[in-house]
Write a protein that binds this ligand. Structure first.
Ligand code: G3P
Length: 220
């Protein structure tokens, strides 16, 4: 499963990319607005930090403007994917963009049937929103599982990018059901890394080593 960062914060992206495990980045209008910086400058910097798909969302509602905005952002860098909302206009835009070779990420997907339409239109990625399905009493991970199974059953090449992930159970669930990609808010990467027994084990190793006079010249 690939790991993407779900943020437009360049400082965070630089920090976590330095771990060597970030495969891509997703942004959305809310995440961009939260940073309050020039979006094009931020995206351009992100493309220099992460060598993988960077999703940038269009904000138009009509097909022609969506396609125009998608072409504009895709022209900034070959790794940029146009993020298109799951609407009828969005499907038409995806169809056109796919024919032109612009990669797309269809966002705000809440059902298997929506995911199927996006795949048929030629989406490169579909983004089911796991946490927001849970928010309304559904089962977000079951949605991811159903989309993965449907795409495999029918040989659809669109990849499943699980979004709106909020906790560790979402990540392990994505692994269990075979999501292609999980996009994570940075704090979840810290949680993935941390374990109290790693910390206590390391402290004990270091303390024991410090007490061992005979050990000290090992690395000389
Ligand atoms: O990738 C979509 C994500 O940013 C939405 O997350 O937690 O606002 O539902 P959330």
């Amino acid at each position: 499963m690939q790991i993407f960062l779900d943020t437009a914060n360049v400082t965070d992206i630089k920090q976590y990319a330095s771990w060597g495990i970030v495969d891509g980045v997703t942004t959305n209008p809310s995440l961009m607005a939260k940073e309050g910086t020039d979006p094009k400058a931020a995206i351009t910097e992100i493309t220099q930090v992460v060598d993988g798909p960077i999703s940038v969302e269009v904000v138009a509602e009509d097909v022609d403007t969506m396609v125009e905005q998608a072409r504009t952002v895709a022209a900034w860098h070959p790794n940029i994917y146009a993020k298109i909302p799951m609407t009828a206009a969005g499907l038409q835009a995806v169809k056109q963009l796919s024919a032109e070779g612009v990669k797309t990420n269809v966002t705000l997907v809440f059902s298997v049937t929506q995911a199927l339409l996006a795949a048929k239109a030629g989406a490169t990625l579909v983004s089911p929103f796991v946490g927001r399905v849970d928010d309304i009493g559904g089962e977000g991970l079951t949605l991811v599982a159903d989309i993965v199974q449907t795409f495999r059953e029918y040989g659809l090449s669109t990849l499943v990018l699980a979004a709106s992930l909020r906790h560790m159970g979402h990540i392990t669930g994505c692994l269990r059901v075979g999501a292609d990609i999980a996009t994570l808010p940075p704090r979840l990467l810290d949680q993935m890394l941390a374990h109290p027994q790693t910390d206590s084990g390391l402290a004990k190793f270091n303390a024991d080593w410090a007490d061992c006079d005979a050990c000290q010249n090992l690395y000389q």
